[in-house]
Design a protein around this ligand. Sequence first.
Ligand code: SF4
Ligand code: SF4
Ligand code: SF4
Length: 237
Amino acid sequence: MTLGIFSLTCCEGCQFELLNFYDDFAHVLNFYDILNFSLAQEENLPGPFDVALVEGTPETREELKLLKGIRKQSKILVTLGTCAHLGGIQAQRNFKESEVKGKRKVLPVSKVVDIDYAITGCPINREEAYQTLVDIYHGREPYQINYPVCFECRHNQVKCLLKEGKPCLGSITRGGCNAICTTNGFVCLGCRGPVEQTNLYKIKEMLKKYLTDKEINQRLEIYGEFVDNIIKEGDRH
Ligand code: SF4
Ligand code: SF4
Ligand code: SF4
């Protein structure tokens, strides 16, 4: 099968994460011919691709055109990282009125073209990305974790940080990182995006014990498109 790996506006952290342990990444090469991966190879082809991985958000006319072209040339398009899926860090700009005036709204890949699967995280969990590629190769539906980070906390026997008065987003955030932050004493900032059927209104109420409304909204901005209509106009800063 053929693979293209593309980067739009972003920090490119997810592509670097893919390559972080080259021996593991090389395993993917048993399944795919990489036709386009400008971070790692000089000669790149425009497609067609069986699978395309796309990280980042399309922010210029050229990137929008590139993204639509990738979609046309690819049987399966997978977003790589939370910014491509929901807007993530880049889309936080949408919540800052002063900066957004006159600028195009930051849209995630999933709002511009149809996507088939999303690998979330900021950055991604590379093992999850490899497994997704192998599953697609074998014609299996990639497994997508849909339990919250709290589940992994319990598994790791971590004492809940909320009980220490620390505002943690783990209860509404998709697991899969093995609760790396909370296990090391840091609150979950929601980088893997929301777990399905999450109740944002309830978490907002709960966080009011620890944070002001403005601080709560700032934390929730990481969920980008998912919270866009929940953070009301009047709450933007
Ligand atoms: S999801 Fe995070 S690490 Fe990955 S490209 Fe976007 S900003 Fe960078
Ligand atoms: S520390 Fe955070 S992620 Fe862990 S159990 Fe408590 S709320 Fe959930
Ligand atoms: S604990 Fe939360 S912020 Fe940390 S890596 Fe996991 S999802 Fe991301």
